[in-house]
Design a protein around this ligand. Structure first.
Ligand SMILES: [Zn+2]
Length: 381
């Protein structure tokens, strides 16, 4: 099948996290038209979303490993519907017009996975092991959907593949762990005209920020101060300030080290913000609350594990030269690996994810579908 019209129909349905209902209905209708049963889990209630994760099972027709492919239904927040896009003839790609994100992350993956289901449904006699297609929700909000997936969906899976990357010749065999520190500093508020015995929380927050590293920490670790908020008006000494800081590393021990150090820097800087007024007993001291959240763990697949071996074979069979690479972000693969299912990430034509310069390369999507079809066929041989 031609992926262009299918992809356009998916683009027309906005699906930010927790509001994937309409896109899930598209997937269900697509499968119903091909007599494929769709199971939905109970994730909608705990996640307070419109719909749970979806699973389509294609029973084995021959001996072979059980394969699981997943793509996430949700996109980052894209503003008001409709999503604005245009066809870039020169690039052979769908492009965002600059007003909203395109949602190529991960509608490229959804389109390619539906294309695979279409192809497998059309050749029911072809020899292959069991294939499971999972459409997850809430991937963009710390992988909550795949986290909530029922264990039964993962039982017996030999190799899994998350469709959530750009180049279809690449195999993302590793991704970092991530931790977020959210902290609130409490100073002493007051009027700007009477600064004595006040502690300006905005200034304190700025001092903390100035002490924290920014950007790359080492060859496998990064950090980012993403949110910094304080103050209401220029004539008010702010009493509180709030910030969010993330750290990623491919090495768990380094991540722990950097996160502990960050907490130490915040604590020390705030500790030093105290007022010892001359001739008075009362000491005023700034305070801080730090909330540390571990978002997901790192994974690293060796060359000889099933998803890497099978992906390499599928990419080669599709006429490309496979390349192993490492990702810098989290995906459903982080969760599946943690849950005991070896999973790598494969490319499906998305570029510039999470930006208004997002692009979906139609030729790469078509190639990705070819890779998956060859992968399924090759796994059973
Ligand atoms: Zn994604």
């Amino acid at each position: 099948m031609h992926l262009g019209p299918l992809f356009e129909s998916l683009l027309a349905v906005p699906s930010p996290s927790r509001r994937e209902g309409a896109l899930a209905a598209e997937v269900k209708a697509f499968c119903a038209a091909r007599d494929l049963a769709v199971e939905e889990d109970d994730a909608a209630r705990p996640l307070e979303g419109q719909v749970g994760n979806l699973l389509v099972r294609l029973p084995a027709t021959a001996a072979g490993p059980t394969l699981l492919f997943c793509a996430h239904l949700d996109t980052v927040e894209s503003g008001e519907a409709p999503v604005a896009w245009r066809w870039d003839e020169g690039a052979g790609a769908y492009a965002a017009t600059g007003e909203t994100v395109l949602g190529a992350d991960d509608k490229c993956g959804v389109a390619v996975l539906l294309g695979l289901l279409d192809r497998l449904a059309a050749e029911p006699g072809a020899p292959r092991g069991e294939v499971r297609a999972v459409f997850t929700v809430c991937e963009e909000i710390e992988l909550l959907g795949s986290d909530a997936m029922p264990p039964a969906w993962l039982r017996g899976v030999d190799a899994a593949f998350a469709l959530d990357h750009s180049d279809p010749a690449e195999i993302v065999r590793a991704a970092p762990a991530k931790e977020v520190l959210r902290f609130t500093v409490h100073g002493v508020a007051g009027h700007a005209s009477a600064p004595e015995r006040r502690i300006n929380a905005a200034h304190l927050l700025a001092r903390v920020a100035a002490h924290l590293p920014s950007g790359r920490l080492d060859e496998i670790s990064t950090c980012n101060l993403g949110v910094l908020r304080s103050g209401t008006a220029v004539n008010v000494i702010p009493g509180t300030g709030y910030a969010e800081y993330e750290i990623r590393s491919h090495d768990e021990a380094r991540l722990r080290f950097y996160a502990d150090r960050t907490e130490g820097i915040i604590d020390d800087t705030v500790q030093n913000a105290r007022i010892l007024p001359f001739g008075q007993d009362e000491v005023r001291q700034a305070l801080v609350e730090i909330d540390r959240e571990r978002c997901y763990g790192a994974y690293r697949l060796e060359d000889d594990v099933a998803p890497v071996v099978l992906a390499r074979r599928g990419i080669t069979a599709a006429g490309l030269a496979p390349r192993l690479t490492e990702g810098q972000g989290g995906s459903d693969a982080n969760v599946l690996n943690r849950r005991g299912v070896p999973c790598c990430v494969l490319g499906c034509g998305m570029h510039g994810a999470h930006s208004t310069r997002e692009r979906a390369d139609l030729a790469e999507m078509t190639t990705a579908l070819e890779v998956l079809a060859r992968l399924v066929r090759g796994a059973a041989e």
